[in-house]
Design a protein. Structure first.
Length: 329
């Protein structure tokens, strides 16, 4: 009889209706358990993936008023918590919120956590998850409410992708390559969306990480072609960042670089010459401004301080550059 009773109690405890359903999200916090209503300053970090850049997180922390730093992601772990806490010991707390589904994104507790953050960092991973799970949910609306309130934000890799107005969503079975994109800018791996993040200084821009490391110049010219073809811009622009590098943009739109590699600003002079399905891309005279640590760029006026300027073109799917030696980078 005792064994039957124990079994019955175990079954009752495991029943979601009786024992309570576990939340669809995961939340990990270090530091103070009490929120601090700190005064934050606006700012944006676009990080190019690979090894994280310590100085970029410290810059965000400086703008947070020593408040609560929140990492949001769709998959992964809370590994950012001790890393950021060690870089920013003055922060009131560092937390990671894993939001792995649309159901989790609809949970009011998730929006409540985001609404109390003084810094929001979007981790790397797969930006299709961010679009599929978070767009049109309280996660997106609360993120944009915090941006409007002046909270600094940043993202690396996939997190960078969803911070610009126009977004390469990577909803195909694999990421688009430069060779595929130059040969056919409408190939099945080229998927796009817009207006996930409402950052005024990144309006009219599409972004991309891992830029030099993964040879993405060709696909980014195709991105510009697709932005134009969608009618989103008649002179599209992009900001693309290499690995182990970050662009820090203050509230006035002035950008500086930290890290070991380069950031590129691409601007088309107008509409592409040939941008259609199953046809090699022709898009001529795309202006490139390349900067690294010590240089600057104003994203509002689109003017460079230091660095290098040249142009690239795609002509019938073949990439070329005005740089000596012909390098696109």
């Amino acid at each position: 009889m005792n064994r039957l009773l124990i079994l019955l109690l175990a079954l009752l405890a495991s029943s979601p209706a009786l024992a309570g359903k576990a939340p669809a999200y995961s939340y990990f916090r270090v530091g103070s358990t009490a929120d601090l209503a700190a005064s934050a300053q606006p700012g944006v970090v676009l990080m190019g993936g690979g090894t994280d850049v310590d100085a970029a997180f410290q810059w965000l922390c400086q703008r947070s008023g020593n408040g609560d730093f929140l990492v949001i992601r769709a998959t992964g772990t809370d590994a950012y918590n001790p890393y950021i806490q060690s870089l920013c010991p003055g922060e009131n707390s560092v937390s990671t919120l894993i939001i792995p589904s649309a159901a989790a994104a609809a949970d009011p507790a998730v929006a409540a956590i985001i609404a109390k953050a003084e810094v929001i960092w979007i981790a790397g991973g797969d930006q299709s998850n961010y679009i599929n799970f978070w767009k049109g949910t309280p996660v997106q609306s609360t993120l944009n409410a915090r941006i409007a309130a002046g909270v600094p934000v940043g993202g690396t890799s996939a997190g960078l992708n969803v911070l610009t107005q126009f977004v390469y969503t990577a909803q195909g079975s694999q990421g688009a390559t430069s060779s595929q994109s130059l040969a056919d800018p409408f190939n099945r791996y080229m998927t796009f969306d817009r207006d996930f993040s409402l950052l005024p200084i990144l309006q009219g821009v599409i972004g991309d990480p891992h830029f030099v490391t993964r040879d993405r110049m060709g696909r980014d010219l195709a991105f510009l072609c697709r932005v134009a073809a969608a009618g989103w811009s008649s002179a599209p622009r992009s900001i693309v960042v290499d690995e182990m590098t970050a662009l820090l943009i203050d509230a006035q739109g002035h950008g500086t670089v930290v890290g070991s590699s380069t950031v590129y600003f691409l601007k088309a002079p107008g509409l592409p010459q040939t941008c259609k399905a199953k046809t090699p891309l022709t898009y001529l005279n795309i202006t490139v401004d390349r900067i690294r640590a010590g240089d600057g760029f104003d994203v509002i006026s689109w003017l460079r301080t230091g660095g290098t300027n040249y142009s690239v073109s795609a002509n019938a799917g073949v990439l070329s550059s005005t740089q000596a030696g012909g390098s696109a980078y």
